[in-house]
Design a protein around this ligand. Sequence first.
Ligand SMILES: Cc1ncc(COP(=O)(O)O)c(C=O)c1O
Length: 376
Amino acid sequence: MQIHLSRPDVTEREIDAVCAVLRGPDLSLGPKLAAFERAFAEYVGRRRAIAVNSGTSGLFLCMSALGIGPGDEVITTPFTFIASATSIMMAGAKPVFVDIDPVSLNIDPAQIECRITERTKAILPVEVFGNPTGFDKICEIAAQHNLAVIEDSCEALGSALNGKKAGTFGTMSVFGFYPNKQITTGEGGMILTDDDTLAHTCVSLRNQGRDEDSGWLAHERLGYNFRLSDISCALGIVQLSRISEIKTKRRQVAQWYQEILTDDDRLMVPAEPDGCDVSWFVFVVRLTNHFTLEQRDRILQQMMDRRIQVSNYFPPVHLMPFIAEQFGYQQGDFPIAEAVSQRTIALPFHNHLTKDEVAVVCETLREILHSVSCIP
Ligand SMILES: Cc1ncc(COP(=O)(O)O)c(C=O)c1O
């Protein structure tokens, strides 16, 4: 038996909705697109939602809509999925990294101001693993310096900080719907904003630079094909309607892990921070500082040898060779992100996981931790 790292939760309702679209005439730019965007904007609480074919496309379109390009700098975190930084590079701008808070694992608001220069155009903070801690402070800093905030909410659908939902903090925010996310459309993403001009630009950019009322072969600007099909949108509508059930299931799995692992003094186990409603995306435990990178990697390998899928979310983004070489980042530049990165273990986490499977994962992890910590 294999215990998977992640699995989508797709019911007969989603399958019926997708089949209904396939039986009709509108596979793209049809009524399901408009309905998904409306439902999403309403759920998060923003004026406009623009569906795109991935979270990465969404982040890149935010750069374009905000006019960010060569010579500009965007402040972001080195502890994230690569697309947060590469979307900045795709626009021709420079990702300027700021170290993270060792508890929330989000960009450290206290270290942002000293990295702002006259070239800085935006801050791109990420709700890492669904945790919105610090986003109120980040927005305050951005407002004081007249900077846009591109909120990377790809991991945080359904999270909130002091009652304010993830996706409502940024000038623009972006969600992703890859199958490991809280809801999936297979592939897909959503841009949110309250600004009609930015929304209008994104609608055009995702559709070959067409304006909403212009003809099929009239192109007003350099655009892309980043459209999300009605097939995907039909899947997304049903998934979104189940978000509260999905959140509850994931919270339950997180609780099972917490009950077994929280007292283990070799591990730091994630808990819901004060003031936050975390919509659990993944369950990432951290080894204490006594463990080395080599030991962590040995633990990952041994878990996989026992047919339990685990992962090293996230390697430090600034040390990816193509980024380090282009911008001159080095080992030691962001010590907290680097120390955290080398000790994370993402455990299997999805809606179908049973209490028994969680117990097997924890028992296996404990056995392996014991054997690895005995080898100097
Ligand atoms: C923080 C973050 N940003 C961006 C993305 C990119 O989303 P996508 O895979 O839909 O392009 C992801 C998805 O894994 C993510 O976790």
